[in-house]
Design a protein around this ligand. Structure first.
Ligand SMILES: *[C@@H]1O[C@H](CO)[C@@H](O)[C@H](O)[C@H]1NC(C)=O
Ligand SMILES: *[C@@H]1O[C@H](CO)[C@@H](O)[C@H](O)[C@H]1NC(C)=O
Length: 396
């Protein structure tokens, strides 16, 4: 996006310190800082979610403890806690009406809480969208689990889902047809969009330590009055329209939407929607942004965006503005509460604020994750994505 001279004059916030000297001081400061992590058995975990489980060498016998580590708006996501462990042993997805026992689709349709794990490294190419039922955890720890080259995940009308430790990329449109969507229901489905994960009228969802790239539609869409979602410790690369929260200006029901974006890294090859938000409330805290070609955070329709303790490093030759409003006059968007607090804006990056600077005084929702200093973001996000290589008996 081209930024006009007029736009710069209107800008509320431009980094007051020269971004270049800040960048240099920044790396020196990070290098000189004592580690924030908890060091035990050679394990260093830097952010509060990781500190909750990563240094437990017994994690493999204690997998369901992860469910107690969710923070932010998705903090109530229990996934399949209290349920059985289900081990996926078969990476195939040949039958979407009567899935074979041992497959991910068979597990996800069982009408009971399940903690789903894997027996070996796998590449799962879903023949059609994988339609979730409630109270499920997919836990990729211990193996390299790739969901790639086929359809993506559909969470519709469900609650309590945890998705952890998956690589998801090259997700394609699904042709649709007859697909089982519950243990006792098979229905005719239209084409699926080609999102890696679509959250539709669902709540209590936590997506943690996943790596996302290159899908036909979005990487994560959250729509149709879904709420109470946290996306944390994920790694996003190589995609145009990455995260869409609120499908269109005709869905005011998305006013209930509350999403936390914490400790993620938005890296190479991203263009826009990191995220784009309509109507809802999004807390963007302690994430690292190192590339956005067009904009990082945008949206419209009165969305509230609270950005705290993030590092926004504009790429060379790309847009410098972090934000983008849908095309409406300033008389309208200046009432939208989009605040940048404690963000580190580097290499010319700037965040155009609007709305109520005292929003926190009247905020009544679930307590927000307290922002740590933005200068620590490189450490807080050091272990993002699905490549932790956890081994049973050793800390991750
Ligand atoms: C670091 O920041 C200080 C101000 O806090 C400034 O005076 C100094 O020039 C900066 N150092 C570098 C290497 O840019
Ligand atoms: C979302 O979480 C809040 C508590 O933080 C709760 O009051 C509300 O009922 C939840 N909404 C849904 C749809 O689960």
């Amino acid at each position: 996006m081209k930024v006009s001279r007029a736009a710069l004059v209107l800008c509320f916030v431009v980094a007051t310190i020269s971004p270049w000297s800040m960048a240099e001081n920044h790396s020196t400061a990070v290098a000189n800082r004592r580690p924030l992590g908890k060091k035990r058995h050679g394990c260093v975990a830097y952010n509060p979610i990781d500190k909750c489980w990563r240094c437990d060498r017994n994690w493999a016998n204690n997998r369901q403890r992860l469910a107690d580590c969710a923070m932010g708006f998705g903090h109530e996501a229990r996934g399949g806690k209290m349920g059985r462990i289900y081990v996926v042993t078969d990476s195939s997805d040949r039958n979407v009406i009567n899935p074979k026992p041992g497959t991910l689709r068979h597990a996800i349709l069982l009408p009971e809480p399940l903690w789903i794990i894997f027996s070996r490294n796998m590449i799962i190419s879903l023949r059609q969208e994988l339609i979730f039922t409630s109270d499920k955890t997919i836990d990729g720890r211990g193996f390299d689990i790739h969901v790639a080259g086929g359809s993506g995940f559909m969470l519709q009308f469900v609650h309590n889902v945890i998705i952890h430790g998956l690589h998801m990329y090259d997700i394609a449109e699904g042709s649709g047809g007859m697909i089982r969507s519950k243990h006792d229901h098979v229905g005719m489905r239209g084409r699926s969009d080609g999102d890696a994960i679509c959250v539709f009228k669902s709540s209590q969802v936590w997506i943690d330590h996943c790596s996302f790239a290159n899908s036909y539609d979005g990487l994560i869409d959250i729509i149709a009055a879904s709420t109470n979602v946290t996306i944390s410790n994920c790694h996003f690369v190589k995609h145009d329209k990455a995260l869409l929260f609120g499908a269109s200006e005709k869905t005011p029901e998305d006013k209930v939407m509350k999403v936390t974006i914490a400790y993620n890294h938005f890296g190479k090859g991203l263009t826009q929607r990191l995220p784009a938000v309509r109507f809802g409330f999004v807390h963007v805290v302690n994430n690292g942004y190192t590339e956005w070609k067009s904009y990082a955070i945008g949206g419209g329709d009165g969305a509230t965006i609270i950005s705290q303790g993030n590092e926004f490093m504009a790429a060379n030759g790309a847009a410098k503005e972090v934000t983008k409003r849908e095309r409406v006059p300033e008389s309208i968007w200046r009432k939208w509460t989009w605040r940048s607090e404690g963000d580190l804006l580097l290499n010319g990056a700037y965040f155009r604020q609007s709305g109520n600077p005292n929003w926190a005084k009247t905020y009544k929702g679930h307590p927000l994750i307290p922002a740590l200093p933005a200068i620590d973001v490189p450490l807080l996000t050091k272990f993002v994505g699905a490549s932790l290589h956890c081994k049973a008996g050793a800390p991750c």
